[in-house]
Ligand binder design. Structure first.
Ligand code: MN
Length: 254
């Protein structure tokens, strides 16, 4: 008898993902990945988005290293708790990018945001650094689960400027935390518990910022994950496409 689990998830998550250069940028510096592993006891899923920064193709390289190293480190040993593995996977990726950047010389910036969602043992966990975002989109609401590690968010939390002043602040997009910028990294790691079939999760780089949350909700809930990802990218491009756009949707409704 498992009737008491009816509100919780059974079976496997399904997902969609897409990335687009946008309408202005010369290069797509975003990266993403979705991975699964099967052990005797369990299935493990990992979803990642990363938004690189740096000239001379360094941003592109950083975001791709992030996805690859986080994947490899996370799945290398499935015995430790997921939160510990996310933490150490992000630390390894940070070190790899930081050392790669050092080799390029003191004036080269090489870094990336990174947000990863892991599903394991019926629970969801995320790790996050930078200004890519994770949303939980249910029938009732669109909940932003990540904190933007930006100057704008720090000003908002400080509470001394108005929303308008922050929106127009010249440094609003400046990242206060990112992967690959320093030898140490400070990241957020969160246990989200067990998702319900009503929950959809959206990972996105900041290129999606022009799309309003009500529209996001309608698209994510109304379409299959892959179609929804493609529609969100179209909407971001319709809003100007000023940045690369990457979206990844995970659903648990079978
Ligand atoms: Mn971006």
């Amino acid at each position: 008898m498992t009737w008491w689990k009816r509100n919780h998830v059974s079976g496997h998550p399904h997902h969609g993902a897409a990335s687009h250069i946008g309408r202005v940028r010369a290069e797509n510096q975003d990266a993403y990945g979705h991975f699964a592993a099967e052990s005797e006891a369990d299935h493990t899923y990992l979803y990642i988005v990363a938004d690189g920064m740096g000239g001379h193709a360094h941003g592109r390289e950083a975001s791709h290293i992030a996805v690859e190293v986080v994947r490899r480190a996370y799945f290398a040993d499935l015995t430790a708790p997921p939160e510990e593995r996310l933490q150490s996977a992000f630390e390894q990726a940070n070190r790899t990018i930081f050392e790669r950047g050092l080799a390029e010389g003191p004036y080269e910036v090489m870094g990336t945001t990174c947000t990863a969602l892991a599903y394991e043992g019926d629970r969801l966990y995320f790790a996050h650094v930078g200004d890519s975002r994770l949303y939980r989109i249910s029938r009732a609401e669109v909940a932003l689960l990540t904190t933007d590690h930006t100057y704008a968010e720090a000003l908002r939390q400080q509470g001394t400027l108005t929303a308008d002043e922050i929106r127009n602040h010249p440094r609003r997009h400046t990242l206060l935390r990112a992967m690959g910028i320093d030898s140490e990294i400070e990241l957020d790691v969160v246990d989200l518990g067990t998702p319900t079939p009503d929950d959809a999760f959206l990972l996105a780089t900041d290129g999606l910022a022009g799309v309003e949350s009500e529209i996001m909700q309608k698209v994510v809930r109304g379409l299959e994950p892959q179609t929804a990802c493609e529609r969100l990218i179209d909407l971001a491009n319709d809003a100007g496409g000023r940045d690369n756009i990457t979206v990844l949707i995970v659903r648990f409704d079978g």
